[in-house]
Design a binder for this molecule. Structure first.
Ligand code: DGL
Length: 267
């Protein structure tokens, strides 16, 4: 079985890595829409039209399900993608529910792209789960973009994360939701500036569990076969920018023993 995992850039690889760890028999096709990144500063309509195109491409590649491994695309465009495909589509929403559950001081920060931060969906999720907690919604217009330039951007990323963490510490936040899939790629930098006492919540495990449930529903026989399989699936990395960008995604793939193919497509 083959799963398509998409994002504007490298962020969705945080989810691909967990899928690979939990279900190594799956073939994984990773789609980075690098020519149109960052998504966080585009209009919802632009992202919707990108997702329709990417969905059609992934269908042609024979995927059995699509993971929208991007908070921004999920909150503004997942319904449009679902209306255009018969495949199961799994999204990633800001993980505010578990954050409110674990926060002891009841002071949570949500860090997202500008589009996610402004979205109606994020506000809805917060109102649903916050109870008496205080919430800081924070956004960075550049952090996801800079992470995509890694390792050349290491110093800039460090500075951006440091500034964001200083605000969170001043606000006495004890739980941080990383509501953009790029941010867990540099989780160690957040830990460095926030200290070990601040919980950092990110959604990769939850999204992988949800993918597995949807696969069991849609393809029960195939999924039974996956469970005991010794087979190790392939990983393919595709970028809409160029082959150099596609190659640069490799450094975030945790399973470096996997056979990895790389290519660029224009879409
Ligand atoms: N990784 C994406 C997210 O989860 C979007 C980053 C961007 O392109 O702005 O929101």
């Amino acid at each position: 079985m083959k799963i398509g995992v998409l994002d504007s850039g490298a962020g969705g690889l945080t989810i691909l890595n967990v899928i690979r760890k939990k279900v190594p028999a799956l073939d994984l096709l990773y789609f980075a829409d690098s020519a149109f990144a960052p998504y966080g500063e585009k209009s919802p309509e632009q992202i919707q039209s990108r997702l329709i195109k990417i969905g059609e491409f992934l269908e042609k590649q024979g995927v059995n399900a699509i993971v929208v491994a991007c908070n921004t695309a999920t909150v503004v465009a997942i319904d449009v993608l679902r209306a255009h495909t018969h495949l199961p589509v799994i999204g990633v929403e800001p993980a505010v529910k578990p954050a409110f559950r674990v926060s002891k001081k009841r002071h949570v920060a949500v860090l997202a792209t500008p589009l996610t931060a402004q979205s109606h969906r994020l506000k809805e999720l917060i109102e649903l789960w916050r109870s008496d907690s205080q919430v800081q919604i924070m956004s960075s217009p550049t952090l996801a973009f800079e992470i995509d330039q890694w390792p050349a951007s290491e110093v800039v990323v460090d500075k951006l994360v440091k500034e964001l963490c200083q605000h969170m510490l001043e606000a006495e936040v004890d739980t941080l939701v990383l509501a953009c899939t790029h941010y867990p790629l540099v989780k160690q930098i957040f830990i460095q500036y926030l200290g070990e006492n601040c919980e950092i919540i990110e959604p990769s495990e939850g999204v992988t569990a949800q993918l597995y449930r949807r696969l069991q529903e849609a393809y029960p026989y195939e999924v039974q076969g996956l469970a005991g399989s010794e087979h190790r699936g392939s990983i393919e990395l595709v970028s809409t920018k160029d082959i150099v960008k596609a190659q640069s995604l490799r450094c975030w793939v945790e399973d470096q023993t996997a056979p990895i193919d790389v290519r660029s497509v224009s879409l």
